[in-house]
Write a protein that binds this ligand. Structure first.
Ligand code: ZN
Ligand code: ZN
Length: 47
């Protein structure tokens, strides 16, 4: 188990948790406006 590593890109340090899927994600893969990862954000397209 790779604790602390972003599960989206696998490179950066994970400091956020997606509130939709619960994935640990880094700043580059996190959308502060929606509180989700970029994967979930693409699916929802919230403005
Ligand atoms: Zn990432
Ligand atoms: Zn997510």
């Amino acid at each position: 188990m790779r604790k602390g590593i972003c599960v989206v890109c696998g490179r950066e340090l994970a400091v956020f948790t997606c509130k939709l899927c619960g994935a640990f994600i880094g700043p580059a893969c996190y959308d502060p406006a929606s509180g989700t990862c970029i994967k979930c954000r693409k699916g929802r397209m919230m403005p």
